[in-house]
Design a protein around this ligand. Structure first.
Ligand SMILES: [Fe+2]
Length: 324
């Protein structure tokens, strides 16, 4: 594969956060349709993730412990290609499929096409009923991770949470992910948010709290290169690297909503012009439901346990009591 990249990267940011916006070629993209006949993964019909697929977001689903569905381990060729350091730009929620469209992947991200095809083939089988309703967004994070750090610092969370901004609620997000090393940890336990108010409380801090209450006893990790399907009720968090590693993380999200947050990547293989919005959880002013809990469980990673912004690259990690 050609190491040369035409990708220009534009730096931007707001509220003290910085991100890079890749720009992709309008020529040479890879276009494809899913091929459901090529899927060899048996759909586990009794999995909670499968049972509530296409349902409308509902907090009660957090009460059912749910492990992501495994689509198996990538082939040797797929592994090598996905993890190769070819200079892929950091890409956040790039739309690669619109409702009713085929998949369109910019040529700069060609090395991830086999993984996307695997997910797409399964998706066409498991979601035959509503497939065309969904957008598909691609996130790529590739780079060296320092020992003790996470590639993507975050509290326990879910992808596709629908908070107070979303009234009425819409269909659930479901997402395929894979990483070559340091797989994400999932907390396969019931979560109870009955007493919380979505307009007042930070649900991710409460996820930290409820995981810490169980000493992370229900943590489950897939294997390296294992492609899995989670939904927006699968609570998870990245794990710190034990040694310096080159990590590749691929996320393929199926969503009915437009992802128009500033910082999301633009795909020139589609004609669309979404006004991009500055938006983050901080602006909501949410508070902890358990204000007496360990302070590391109820701050943003960029804050110290006293709530003040940390200097430089330091980050606070929640004490999930994994070492006791
Ligand atoms: Fe996530």
């Amino acid at each position: 594969m050609n190491r040369q990249r035409s990708t220009a990267v534009q730096k931007s940011g707001y509220r003290g956060k910085h991100f890079t916006l890749p720009s992709f070629s309008a020529e040479g993209g890879i276009y494809f349709e899913p091929e459901p006949e090529k899927n060899i993964v048996v759909v586990p019909a009794d999995s909670p993730v499968i049972k509530t697929l296409n349902s409308v977001f509902d907090l009660k689903n957090f009460k059912v412990p749910r492990r992501p569905v495994s689509l198996g381990i990538l082939t040797e060729d797929e592994k090598e290609l996905m993890a190769a350091n070819l200079g892929a730009p950091r890409t956040l929620d790039l739309p690669v499929k619109f409702p009713g469209s085929n998949f369109r992947v910019p040529r700069e991200l060609a090395q991830f096409v086999p993984v996307i095809k695997r997910a797409a083939n399964f998706e066409a089988v498991v979601n035959a009923r509503c497939y065309d309703e969904y957008y598909c967004y691609l996130t790529i994070d590739q780079g060296f991770v320092t020992p003790g750090r996470l590639q993507r610092e975050a509290p326990c969370h879910v992808d596709g949470f629908q908070g107070a901004r979303w009234r009425p609620k819409v269909r659930c997000n479901h997402t395929y992910t894979v990483s070559n090393v340091v797989p994400t940890a999932y907390y396969v336990q019931p979560f109870d948010f009955d007493q919380l108010d979505e307009a007042v409380h930070n649900f991710f801090w409460e996820m930290n709290y409820q995981v810490a209450q169980t000493n992370s006893r229900f943590a489950w990790q897939p294997q390296d290169y294992e492609l899995t399907l989670m939904d927006c009720f699968c609570v998870h968090r990245g794990m710190p690297a034990l040694k310096r590693v080159f990590r590749t993380f691929v996320r393929i999200s199926f969503e009915v909503r437009i992802f128009d947050r500033e910082g999301n990547a633009h795909n020139p293989l589609f004609q669309y012009d979404w006004p991009m919005v500055k938006r983050d959880i901080e602006e909501l002013g949410l508070v902890a439901f358990h204000p007496e809990s360990d302070p590391s469980l109820r701050v943003f990673p960029w804050q110290g346990v006293d709530g003040k912004p940390l200097k430089g690259r330091r980050r606070t990690q929640p004490k999930l009591r994994t070492h006791g």
